[in-house]
Design a binder for this molecule. Structure first.
Ligand code: ZN
Length: 348
């Protein structure tokens, strides 16, 4: 390379660097991380660091090698074609500046999705809150995601009407436990408590239990669904009842008065969640709580929504959300939306 060629490469490189840095700054200043184009990793902090080193390069009169020119050209190409410059490789302080991210887990295992109609309105609710409060949402029904993800990828996970044995191996169970332990908060909605909840049916090789009891999920939810009223046990699966607000200091219940009426499928739980703060309880005298296991419901305290500290993580459970129209009920929308924000640790 002749000196004049080298100089022109240097100039071109310098221009390219300035373009690249300008593009980077523009992306950062425009809140690019919240644009519709997903900017996952690397985190913006890594881009700032990288653009800082580009600034240093700009004041050099002689780029030290063709590698720098190649690297700059590469950066410009990538800047031209993507919103997120791939400055990659770096020591990214994971999760520090990326947008809050919610993982919504929708898996069921036996194909009989009692809550199929609720999925679209629930997703619309999550999406609306995401847009309003600037977080991102990922939807999946693949349990293997927990093997390859942790708190650097997601801040909270929602089990939205999951059902039965969604973790079909010990490896998947261990992966999920590690995922939560890495620092991910949890929100269980309705049949999240009907997931791995059957402690009554023995598993045999010829008759596998499709809903194996898993104590970890009982602890994470706080309790599990035992049964609920049905047409044969109570005349109707869906009933109107009075809900008492036991604690309105939480953002998910602050909008309720001292009590309110609601119509849903009322779960009977296998226990009072032992380490939780119960927020809502349904008044069993206002409906027929008989289920196929529990004659007479749960007794004096029948919790419906609660939260707890789970090994340092936030965990929230609400029994609302069986029916699609519950997601257009203002009170329930705010209840679930605020629970989402709470597990994401976003102030509303
Ligand atoms: Zn249900």
């Amino acid at each position: 390379m002749t000196p004049s060629t080298q100089r022109s490469v240097t100039i071109i490189t310098g221009v390219a660097l300035i373009v690249a840095v300008t593009a980077l700054i523009a992306v950062l200043l425009s809140g690019g991380a919240q644009s519709s184009v997903s900017i996952a990793e690397p985190a913006p902090s890594a881009q700032v660091t990288q653009s800082g080193s580009f600034s240093t390069l700009q004041v050099q009169t002689q780029p030290s090698s063709a590698v720098v020119a190649e690297s700059a050209a590469q950066t410009v190409r990538e800047t031209d074609t993507t919103v997120a410059p791939t400055v990659a490789d770096t020591s990214i302080s994971s999760g520090s500046t990326r947008p809050k991210t919610l993982l919504v887990f929708n898996k069921i295992t036996d194909g009989r999705d009692w809550h199929a109609a609720a999925r679209d309105p629930a997703n619309a609710l999550f999406d609306q809150y995401a847009q309003e409060f600037g977080f991102e949402v990922t939807y999946t029904n693949d349990a293997s995601i927990f093997l390859s993800s942790d708190s650097s990828d997601f801040d909270a996970v929602v089990f939205h009407n999951t059902k039965n044995n969604v973790f079909e191996s010990d490896e998947l169970k261990a992966g999920f436990e590690a995922f939560i332990a890495s620092g991910v908060n949890y929100l269980g909605i309705h049949e999240a408590a009907g997931t791995h909840n059957d402690g009554t049916t023995e598993t045999t090789e010829s008759e596998p239990n499709l809903n194996n009891f898993w104590p970890y999920l009982e602890d994470l939810n706080g309790s599990l669904m035992d049964d609920h009223p049905t047409a044969s046990t109570a005349g109707s699966e869906r009933q109107n009842a009075t809900v008492n607000v036991l604690d309105n200091s939480h953002p998910a219940t602050a909008h309720f008065g001292s009590n309110f009426e609601h119509s849903t499928e009322w779960y009977n739980f296998n226990r009072i969640p032992p380490n939780a703060t119960v927020l809502l309880a349904v008044d069993e005298s206002t409906y027929n709580p008989n289920g196929w296991l529990n004659e007479g419901g749960m007794g004096q305290l029948h919790p419906i929504a609660w939260h707890q500290d789970f090994g340092g993580q936030r965990a929230f459970y609400t029994a609302f959300g069986h029916y699609a129209d519950e997601y257009s009920n203002d009170g329930v929308r705010t209840h679930i939306g605020e629970a989402v924000l709470w597990v994401l640790e976003i102030d509303s």
